[in-house]
Design a protein around this ligand. Structure first.
Ligand SMILES: [Zn+2]
Length: 444
């Protein structure tokens, strides 16, 4: 094992040039690395990495997550910070716009609200896909920071006002009443919001999915095109910062009340749908359901409870938007038109699966917030419900999207989902109903 500097001992194993040559490959290592060597991470970079004991009872016992790219010897995880944005950071370094030595100045960046610590933070297996201490690193790892370790928050908590046309409409029609506390006269709702980056404990993630850690590491390595060699060379590193999107949490009312099972909690866990959430596409119910949930959260907070929307970056059932749009075309062009009985089949034809959101990791954010009971879950998804209740959180009541909020073109989706087991207080469509084409075709 090399013990210092850059791991040039086994470069040929990865088909890379040696540390002081370009091997005729034309790789521009010399222009981006300070001394011309390629910074391999597949082997130890020396000593000095703080120990990381996942789910330890205190921050000190757990140890900081160090994903720095500047001090290899300090790294105790695979991958680096900022999820998918790590690639943009690399571009900024390559373009000469960002010094790779830059350290974040964390002055005045502390969370606006304290979250935890809660017993779930050190319950084995309760949280495996985020760092519960991620918002407090400047505080709980102050000694490490002053000793020169580059430790970055993976969670940030702030305050905001949110203004949505659907909420203004709810005020004008009398469904919502501004109270000057949760909802202002002008229609702004007061929220605490938190951004959460993924931090995966690989043994815990493997356990959630019922596979071996070895298989998980190998497939992650192979299916990212060999992006993180340490997945297969560094079994001593158990934590991975994956290059994927994270979650954003919007809280209505006092964040402290989330952990009190006697305070009414209205919650929605929502998966990103840019087409509907932002641009108002009418082929699905995503935005109407999201804004309905926000209305329910505001009402819940005004009753003395607390509201929570956890928004996950899992575009198009985590298949991505290109796949999603291909599926739309396949649905609308199929013979017989867009019908609910073919809804899942068309997705599976294009993507190979019906859904890749795998809700198994989703409840972690709820356990970070200390949630033990959800009084009103604003969701019809049986997968979300099963994941939440399976993780030990009690759900009292499920709230469906009101019929009048379902756009006509989204009838196909909602019929297919309720037939497949989504919660509905109404009738489940039968086979005849599912065969009726209800979606718009494409313009000729
Ligand atoms: Zn949608």
């Amino acid at each position: 094992m090399p013990t210092s500097g850059y791991a040039g001992a086994f470069p040929q194993a990865w088909g890379l040039p040696g540390p002081t040559e370009d091997g005729g490959t034309g790789m521009a290592a010399e222009s981006t690395a300070p001394n011309g060597h390629i910074r391999l991470t597949s082997h130890r970079g020396g000593v000095g990495a703080p120990p990381l004991t996942w789910a330890a009872p205190t921050a000190a016992a757990r140890g900081p997550v160090v994903g720095t790219t500047t001090s290899r010897a300090h790294r105790n995880v695979i991958g680096t910070h900022s999820g998918s944005y790590s690639v943009y950071r690399a571009l900024a370094v390559a373009a000469g716009a960002l010094s790779r030595e830059h350290r974040a100045d964390l002055t005045n960046t502390a969370p606006t609200d304290d979250i935890g610590p809660y017993p779930s933070w050190h319950e084995p297996g309760a949280i495996v896909s985020l760092d519960p201490w991620g918002a407090q690193v400047a505080d709980v790892f102050a000694e490490h920071l002053s000793a020169g370790y580059d430790i970055r928050p993976t969670i940030a908590v702030t305050k905001a006002h949110v203004i949505l046309p659907e909420i203004s409409e709810a005020i004008s029609s009398g469904r919502l009443r501004p109270d000057g506390k949760v909802l202002l006269d002008g229609g702004a709702a007061l929220v605490t919001k938190a951004a959460v980056e993924p931090v995966w404990h690989l043994p815990g993630v493997a356990a959630r999915f019922g596979c071996s850690e070895t298989d998980l590491r190998r497939v992650l390595f192979e299916e990212t095109g060999g992006m993180y060699p340490e997945l297969v060379t560094r079994s001593d590193l158990e934590v991975f910062l994956p290059p994927i999107g994270g979650q954003t949490v919007y809280l209505f009312g006092s964040p402290r009340d989330l952990s009190d099972p006697s305070v009414e909690l209205t919650a929605r866990v929502h998966d990103e749908c840019n087409g509907s959430d932002v641009f108002g596409s009418d082929i699905c119910t995503c935005r109407p359901y999201l804004t309905h949930a926000i209305e329910e959260c505001i009402q819940g907070a005004q009753r003395g409870g607390v509201g929570l929307v956890a928004y996950s970056r899992k575009e198009g059932r985590a298949l991505g938007e290109v796949t999603k749009f291909l599926v739309y075309n396949a649905r609308k062009r199929q013979s017989g038109g867009d019908s609910a009985d073919q809804y899942f089949a068309r997705t599976e034809c294009v993507a190979g699966v019906q859904d890749m959101r795998f809700q198994e990791l989703m409840p972690d954010v709820l356990h970070w917030l200390g949630v033990r009971r959800i009084h009103r879950l604003v969701s019809m998804s049986n997968m979300k419900y099963d994941a939440i209740t399976g993780s030990g959180i009690t759900v009292d009541e499920r709230v469906n999207i009101p019929d009048e909020l379902i756009p006509p073109d989204a009838r196909v989706e909602i019929d297919a989902k309720t037939a497949a087991g989504y919660f509905t207080p109404g009738a489940v469509p039968d086979a005849v109903e599912l065969k009726k084409a209800k979606g718009r075709g494409l313009p000729a």
